[in-house]
Design a protein around this ligand. Structure first.
Ligand code: MN3
Length: 228
């Protein structure tokens, strides 16, 4: 009787084992909220196209570019730490995939406000005030020539700084001019705002502060400090 029970359990487990095997190591995560959840600041159509077309294309191209290589089972942080050894298709699409997943989490419905706790304290002491931080962060976004990102980063010394990267690069990449651990980011590619804000990138950034997710940044900041 016991043997039959063991056989039964093993048989029941097979579909789960197969599913685990088929599931890719690098996953395409669902958007953490509805497409229209960030209205009126970020419009529904922009979110649909940004997530379901742009982000998905980066993911699919990343999957295709690494097919059959060890990257299929390599953690993103290791890929980024050695990105200089990879073809440009990996650099652009791994970056595009990972940066966007972070960006979705840096926003939430009914977001905004100011960060509290340790991150809030660190921002105030580093930049003088929260308003100064916002001003410098927005300036980095407006000044980024062409397409790219703005980041709030924890450096090797544990201190915060603002940086901007071109294209789909990020501060985790070993080719970054200012490397570190990002805790907060803003997409300033035109596809992130053009439908609603056209050429007015500054207006997009002003509106974006209303949907930022400081809880997420706070969590990443605590994790970054723990790793020191
Ligand atoms: Mn984008």
């Amino acid at each position: 009787m016991k043997k039959i029970l063991v056989y039964f359990i093993v048989l029941m487990a097979i579909p789960f084992a197969l599913k685990a095997q088929q599931e890719p190591f690098h996953k395409f995560a669902p958007l953490p909220y509805a497409y229209d959840a960030l209205e009126p600041y970020i419009d529904k159509m922009t979110m649909e196209i940004h997530y379901d077309k742009h982000h998905r294309a980066y993911y699919n191209n990343f999957m295709a570019a690494m097919k059959g290589t060890e990257l299929e089972k390599t953690p993103m942080l290791s890929i980024f730490a050695n990105i200089s050894t990879q073809p440009v298709a990996i650099r652009n699409n791994a970056g595009g995939y990972w940066n966007h997943e972070m960006f979705w989490n840096c926003m939430k419905p009914n977001g905004g406000g100011t960060p509290s706790g340790k991150l809030g304290d660190a921002i105030t002491s580093t930049f003088g005030s929260f308003d100064n931080f916002k001003k410098q962060f927005a300036e980095a976004g407006v000044k980024r020539f062409g397409s790219g990102w703005v980041w709030l980063v924890v450096g090797k010394d544990g201190k915060l700084f603002i940086s901007s990267t071109p294209n789909q690069d990020n501060p985790l990449m070993n080719i970054a001019e200012q490397p570190g651990t990002p805790v907060f980011c803003l997409d300033v590619w035109e596809h992130a705002y053009y439908l609603k804000y056209q050429n007015k990138r500054g207006d997009y950034i002003n509106a974006w502060w209303n949907v930022v997710n400081w809880d997420f940044a706070q969590k990443l900041y605590a994790e970054a400090l723990e790793k020191k």
